[in-house]
Design a protein around this ligand. Structure first.
Ligand code: PHE
Length: 459
């Protein structure tokens, strides 16, 4: 079979657009709308955003290109792709471990991601019921607290979201994804624009804008830099094999560089719009930016509660968040499921069911960490304070496992693969190629290492 038409055993995208849509569906999710605003608020605003943008360009984009490249070259689940490519390059079989680390990270992320997606589902219902009409900041906050302090309710939504995710994964990720994302992404952008337009009427738009874009470097700590870098990986779905798994279903004749720019561009735009919508609401209602994971749930309902057609827009917006989370969730679990199908001869349905149940169980810990286990925290002196189960999982995956995965990917592609093979397979514009190769070989790994060492205060 010519390599152009080599078919992955899990199916193949119908073409470039399908891949872009699926990868964008993976990238754009809770990371953009829920996590980006709240960690920006926790880490002091502008300077943090600037570091995050730097990380997208100098680390995220090169790593995404490398991951798509590896995935397409291997054509298998990330674990087997890494095993196969290591063999091809006469490298140690331990490189499969990179695939394993990613697959496990994906599972851990999904376990809490699903809980937060559950909040968004609960909010869809509350929006539609008109609960927030005319609500004050205090009222909205108490509705949030009522939800998160009720473990049974959270568990119900978490269960529903996991079922939704595993249903799609069990049918193969290509089906329906293309159509759904093509329709939902523009709609999400429009809704965000409506929210930004509302934000301009709050009287605090300039303040919100400055908070987001005016860097105050005195607020930047080495931990914030680590969080910003970790988020660049998280938001672009990098370092754990999601994009590698999707790359495996990518036809050969497609430009990896152009595709990457589009995905990263769309992802960054959504995050910045979300920030622009949220911070003016924060300041207009005398709230603090450092509200933590509840930030968007305490601010956006105020906006919808006050605007014309708020019930309609609010419901639609939370439905869109749930969809965005859904298209990300299926990519979080795809590497593990694809491996089970390849190696254990399981059907996709069985593989999804096993992994789904396991992930659901881990998620129960995050459900409880917002109520019953709220006080069960621990600290790493000098580094992190009062981490709950949820914070620990989030920190471990986004700030440690994903960047570590990215570092190893950069080392593998930049140093361990034969240069001519990389060049041939990348097949991009010579100047672009030279820049990318220099970034992935030197800049990306060095930056990740420096940020790590700084965070643990070794330099
Ligand atoms: N990128 C997704 C988001 O921003 C989350 C994700 C992380 C998805 C890692 C896949 C892999 O919500």
């Amino acid at each position: 079979m010519s390599s152009e038409f080599r078919l992955s055993m899990h199916g193949q995208w119908s073409g470039r657009v399908a891949f872009i849509l699926a990868a964008t569906g993976s990238a754009v999710g809770l990371g953009n709308i829920w996590k980006f605003p709240y960690i920006t608020g926790d880490n002091g605003g502008g300077a943090f955003v600037l570091v995050y943008l730097f990380c997208i360009v100098l680390i995220g984009i090169p790593v995404m290109m490398a991951e798509i490249f590896l995935g397409r070259k291997g054509g298998l689940s990330p674990i087997n792709t890494m095993g196969m490519l290591a063999r091809e390059e006469n490298r140690h079989g331990i490189w499969r471990g990179l695939g394993w680390m990613g697959a496990i990270a994906g599972l851990l992320i999904l376990s809490y991601y699903s809980v937060i997606a559950g909040w968004a589902m609960a909010y869809t219902v509350r929006m539609a019921a008109g609960v927030f009409v005319g609500a004050t900041a205090d009222g909205v906050t108490s509705i949030f607290v009522a939800l998160t302090s009720d473990p049974e309710r959270l568990l119900g939504w978490h269960t529903l979201f996991m079922l939704m995710t595993m249903t799609i994964v069990s049918r193969g990720v290509q089906h329906g994804l293309e159509k759904a994302v093509r329709f939902l992404m523009p709609l999400l952008l429009i809704m965000l624009l409506i929210l930004v337009a509302y934000a301009t009427t709050t009287g605090a738009f300039a303040q919100g804008f400055n908070y987001l874009f005016y860097p105050d470097f005195s607020k930047l700590t080495s931990e914030s830099v680590l969080v910003a870098m970790g988020h660049a990986f998280f938001t672009l779905s990098l370092g754990m094999g999601a994009i590698m798994a999707y790359g495996a279903y990518l036809p050969k004749n497609i430009s990896i560089a152009k595709t990457t720019f589009m995905i990263a561009g769309a992802d960054t735009l959504v995050a910045l719009f979300a920030g622009l919508a949220i911070f003016p609401i924060v300041f207009a209602n005398s709230m603090t930016p450092a509200e933590g994971p509840g930030l968007i749930f305490k601010t956006l309902p105020i906006a919808f509660g006050q605007m014309d057609y708020g019930i309609l827009f609010g419901t639609l917006f939370f439905v869109l968040i749930v969809f965005a989370a859904w298209t990300s969730a299926i990519s979080l679990i795809e590497p593990m499921v694809a491996w089970l199908v390849e190696n254990k001869n399981l059907s996709r349905i069985r593989a999804s069911a096993y992994i789904g149940v396991l992930t659901w169980f881990i998620g129960v810990g995050s459900v409880l960490s917002f109520n019953v286990w709220e006080k069960a925290t621990w600290s790493i002196p000098g580094l992190f304070k009062d981490l709950t189960f949820f914070d620990t999982l989030d920190g471990l995956t986004a700030n440690v496992l994903l960047p570590l995965g990215g570092l190893f990917i950069a080392i593998f592609v930049g140093h361990l693969m034969a240069k001519h093979k990389v060049k041939e397979e990348m097949n991009s514009h010579p100047l672009l190629y030279t820049i990318w190769y220099a970034l992935i070989r030197y800049v990306t790994p060095l930056l990740v290492i420096i940020v790590f060492l700084k965070a643990i205060k070794l330099i």
